[in-house]
Design a protein around this ligand. Structure first.
Ligand SMILES: Nc1nc2c(ncn2[C@@H]2O[C@H](COP(=O)(O)OP(=O)(O)OP(=O)(O)O)[C@@H](O)[C@H]2O)c(=O)[nH]1
Ligand SMILES: [Mg+2]
Length: 315
């Protein structure tokens, strides 16, 4: 259960009488391949929002997986893409920067597609980082195997196999959980043992609860909009007041243009009401408290290229 405090848990180092496997894992890949879905599955909690729209994740999202004889720090990253705004440049820099701190890397791709230029770009970046500091393992994950015929997998595996020497190529479904046990076993097998584990047993993520709440609101905006709108939306938390049995939250949804504001609000405010109702329920599930949520929509033209606003939004 996540605690409704600003930091979810304090980090601490603990020594263990029996050595544990310990390491940092980075998940990288093009947008929409299923990285955040895998993070949530590996740590068995929802700390990253997921949507069917590309470029959902905008920051580095850290979660800690606790296993019987191992602790794994899992880092989800924004999908690597061609940036057209300052926000997107930062997202790609964040994703590639994560490669510097990882012990093990998962390159995730969509099992229904042959490697494209975007996948090759990610693989080249991993290779370059691996040359300067060699990883314990670099895995290729063919995700969404639940959506493809088994007969298409072998030729795809052969195609990826030619691109670089992988520690292993593993077809998985982050969504159904297929092959995740095996993935975890081979990943932990690569890692060294450590007398020190860095996080307490109940430490989940370094994301503040406010940020999780803002993300759950953005997730609902993504769920209820399409086309260019999801890219143009950001959520700022203006108020987060904890009372005895209630948390009062006020948030602003930023969009880029007046026409987008009209879409988010919808006819007679219906869409915004839907968004707020679903977001409130999701935040209540997170906090285990009643939530009173007020949401405004504000046009902030060019926010994706405005450094001050990007900083204010935590990007
Ligand atoms: N069928 C199926 N869908 C999946 C699987 N994994 C993820 N998805 C779906 O794929 C979409 C994208 O998932 P995300 O986890 O948000 O993908 P991501 O790589 O984090 O995307 P970005 O944050 O945009 O880079 C969502 O609709 C997920 O439900 C899977 O194994 N099978
Ligand atoms: Mg994501």
């Amino acid at each position: 259960m996540l605690e409704p405090t600003d930091r979810i848990m304090t980090d601490a180092m603990a020594t263990h009488s029996t050595p544990m496997k310990w390491g940092t894992l980075a998940i990288v890949g093009r947008p929409n391949v299923g990285k955040s879905t895998l993070l949530n599955a590996l740590i068995q909690q929802k700390i990253a929002i997921v949507s069917d729209k590309p470029q959902t994740t905008r920051t580095r999202i850290m979660g800690v997986g606790h296993y019987p004889s191992a602790q794994l720090v899992v880092i989800d990253t924004p999908g690597v893409h061609k940036p057209h705004h300052r926000l997107n440049t930062k997202m790609v820099q964040t994703a590639l920067g994560t490669l510097e701190e990882a012990d093990v890397v998962y390159v995730m791709v969509d099992a229904s597609r042959s490697p494209g230029p975007g996948d090759r770009f990610v693989i080249d970046a991993v290779d370059a980082a691996n040359r300067s500091h060699p990883y314990y393992g670099v895995f290729l994950l063919l995700n969404k195997v639940d959506l493809v015929k088994k007969s298409t997998l072998l030729p795809l595996i052969a195609e990826y196999d030619r691109l670089r020497p992988w520690t292993a190529i593993i077809p998985i479904s982050a969504h159904t959980g297929c092959q995740l046990d095996r993935l975890l076993t081979v990943t932990l097998a690569c890692l060294p043992e450590s007398d020190i584990v860095y996080f307490e047993d109940d430490y989940v993520t370094d994301q503040p609860v406010r940020q999780l709440a803002a993300e759950l609101i953005r997730e609902q905006v993504l769920e209820h909009t399409r086309d260019e709108l999801p890219y143009a939306v950001a959520v700022r938390l203006d108020e987060f007041l904890e009372e005895d049995k209630l948390v009062r939250i006020a948030a602003t949804i930023f969009v880029d243009k007046p026409s987008q504001k009209a879409i988010v609000i919808g006819k007679r405010g219906h869409r915004l009401k839907e968004i707020a109702t679903h977001a409130r329920r999701a935040i209540e599930d997170l906090l285990h408290k009643h939530v009173y949520l007020k949401v405004w929509v504000k046009v902030q033209a060019g926010w994706r290229d405005n450094e001050r606003i990007l900083t204010e939004l935590g990007y």
